[in-house]
Ligand binder design. Structure first.
Ligand code: AHR
Length: 653
């Protein structure tokens, strides 16, 4: 490899690496969003109080049932138990025989209990006259034998009231997720509950906040933006189940949640403002995707007057994010607790509209773009027509100007490797590119080392083409790794994800570590490289743990590279990916520098076998190792380990 520091290289966009998110794989409920109660407003399942069970101890007897407005097939007269338009379903506990009787919530595959921790519990309750009195609220083991924390509230007769308390665990307890949240009584009678909530400490102590471990893992990736709120989750299966940003605002009491498109209901505790605060906490920018009139099951709103309400909704959403106190939706954001407008540069119109069989995207985009540009001329607009895996390219591109086109790629490792040069030959006169979803799909629920190699090969291709690629983000970001139980389906719907977790712990896949290495070691300028004698291999089954499709090329490289430099510090970042099963020696020459410092650092991620991976039980089998290296100069040789991803950082002087 000959690095040509004396040749001009493209500027690397400050938004080169970012994050993509949506409610999939329990990314928020049972994931990043720190709420611990599953089905807190009782709307997750119309047939049963999913996540809830009856506690019957000390000779007590009772039962629980869902009651609520008609949407859950209950008699209409029971609709009177609604608290408001959003909280229309509640849980009724009938205690027939006194003892220790109550309700228990199992959480999202367990409630995580940690030592010396304060949990904020709250719920709405009412009861019949005889039942008024103290209720015991506890965190306890699933068999009820160990109480980790407990407190009391006194419930009054009358209408709904909110009750709150803090549950403090002792210093000595062992962290566990084999725990449940219970509310019990020692009196007979009828009790009603709604919006039952339990929060552990959150990142930046936000009241309606996020899990600290997952926020820290994202922060360590040094992302520059968050593409939100999807993905398919933006579109919904139908118009009526698109991301309903307006009912995700304000107090939790006003959020009914909505049916998600990944087989479970979203609580919408992670609402539009929470997405924006997530960006604020990570010091990154939102990339706001607005619903563009096309939903997953194929429905589309024809361009023209019928599309106008959706365009108005998008304009209002942008106003919520950026507007001042003198605007309707800016004022609403201020009322919701965030006086300062958020910085917004990019708006994406729709998601994967290349799948719209009616081919209506071009006109829908034009109509959205005209309205958004008229009001917000400074915004950069992203068209979704590119991808997925080239499928969308059959659809005509929007006729009006767009600033970036969003392409999506989900491939096997060998497909990533054979296409790592894909952008080398792209038309330089076309649109700049946002690779808004990409991943090597090998390993589940989180990816394996082979996927990380495919990802890294792909990232070298993106970095070398930084004149064209302005933004990129991997998908999906999160996965709750719990498997099916007797009661519940598997937590994840999409195999091959970046960050895995259960209620208590989290870990990064090899792909996560590869990405962290790439984004933490990125200059602001591409260094042109002349490469000769790049080793290759015959592509075949043995190259992939996922054999869904054969590579188109018979011969693919086994060594991939990209080099960038930081013009302020003089640091040079050399990235080399060796996908071969053998070590490979590479001669590196650096042209155009007066002097190269003789020492630098080297970071390597490697596996003994392509299928090696990290899991919730073995979270650090594959993690990067960093060391100082010496012997650097204008010419040096380096041997790269089998199945390895390496970043060498050195300094030109
Ligand atoms: O990342 C998973 C899904 O893949 C996204 O929701 C969608 O945009 C794409 O098809």
């Amino acid at each position: 490899l000959t690095l040509q520091l004396d040749k001009p290289g493209a500027a690397v966009s400050p938004t080169f690496y970012g994050l993509m998110t949506e409610e999939i794989n329990h990314s928020y409920d049972g994931g990043l969003y720190a709420e611990l109660i599953r089905n807190r407003v009782f709307k997750d399942n119309a047939d049963k109080p999913e996540g809830w069970s009856t506690v019957q101890d000390a000779g007590g007897k009772g039962n629980i049932m869902l009651i609520g407005a008609n949407e859950h097939n209950v008699p209409a007269d029971q609709g009177r138990n609604a608290i408001n338009d959003a909280l229309t379903t509640c849980l009724k506990l009938t205690v027939e025989t006194a003892g220790r009787v109550g309700i228990a919530n199992e959480g999202f595959w367990g409630i995580p209990v940690k030592p010396s921790t304060a949990y904020r519990a709250s719920f709405y309750a009412k009861c019949d006259d005889n039942a008024a009195g103290p209720l015991t609220v506890s965190l306890e083991s699933n068999d009820g034998k160990t109480v980790f924390a407990s407190g009391k509230v006194t419930i009054e007769k009358g209408y709904w009231q909110k009750y709150q308390l803090t549950l403090n665990t002792a210093a000595g307890i062992k962290p566990t997720k084999d725990a449940r949240f219970v509310i019990t009584t020692d009196r007979t009678g009828t009790y009603f509950f709604n919006l039952v909530s339990l929060f552990p400490p959150t990142f930046n102590n936000r009241t309606n906040g996020n899990r600290p471990d997952l926020m820290q893992m994202m922060g360590a990736m040094k992302p520059s933006f968050l593409r939100l709120p999807g993905g398919n989750f933006l579109e919904g299966d139908y118009f009526t189940t698109r991301f309903p940003w307006k009912t995700t605002l304000g107090p939790l009491e006003e959020r009914p949640g909505h049916p998600g498109c990944w087989s479970y209901r979203a609580s919408d505790g992670m609402g539009l403002l929470e997405f924006l605060e997530w960006c604020e906490d990570l010091k990154i920018e939102p990339v706001l995707a607005v619903y563009a009139g096309y939903s997953l099951k194929g429905d589309f709103v024809p361009p023209g007057p019928l599309l106008k309400p959706y365009i108005d909704e998008a304009l209002e959403e942008i106003e919520y994010v950026t507007g001042g106190a003198n605007t309707v939706w800016g004022a609403r954001r201020i009322k919701d607790g965030h006086p300062a407008p958020f910085k917004l540069q990019f708006v994406e119109i729709g998601n994967e509209d290349g799948f719209d069989r009616a081919k209506s995207y071009s006109q829908r985009f034009d109509q959205f773009a005209a309205a958004i540009r008229a009001k917000y001329p400074q915004l950069k607009l992203i068209s979704t027509v590119g991808g997925k895996d080239g499928l969308g390219s059959r659809i005509p591109a929007p006729t009006s100007r767009y600033d970036l086109v969003d392409e999506h790629y989900y491939r096997t490792a060998w497909q990533m490797e054979e296409n790592a040069d894909q952008y080398d030959s792209y038309d330089r006169n076309g649109a700049k590119i946002f690779v808004g979803e990409w991943a090597t799909r090998e390993g589940a629920p989180t990816t394996n080392m082979n996927a990380a190699l495919g990802d890294a090969a792909w990232m070298t291709g993106m970095e070398r083409n930084a004149d064209l690629i302005k933004m990129s983000c991997y998908a999906p970001l999160f996965v709750n790794v719990n498997e099916k139980t007797e009661e519940l389906p598997r937590a994840w719907q999409w195999g091959s994800d970046l960050i895995g977790y259960d209620a208590l712990n989290s870990y990064g896949s090899p792909s996560y570590h590869a990405q962290k290495m790439f984004s933490n070691n990125l200059g602001n300028q591409v260094v042109p490289v002349v490469a000769t004698n790049i080793p290759t291999k015959k592509a075949g089954k043995q190259d992939s743990t996922n054999v869904r499709s054969l590579p188109k090329k018979a011969i693919i490289p086994t060594l991939f590279y990209a080099v960038t430099k930081d013009t302020k510090t003089g640091s040079i970042f050399i990235k080399v990916v060796n996908t071969a099963s053998t070590a490979q020696a590479v001669d590196i020459a650096i042209n155009g520098a007066a002097k190269i410092a003789s020492s630098g650092t080297i970071t390597t991620l490697k596996g003994d076998h392509p299928e090696d991976t990290n899991t919730i039980k073995d979270p650090e089998k594959i993690v990067p190792a960093s060391a100082n290296i010496t012997g650097l100069g204008k010419n040096f040789n380096r041997v790269f380990a089998p199945y390895s991803i390496t970043v060498i950082q050195l300094k030109a002087q």
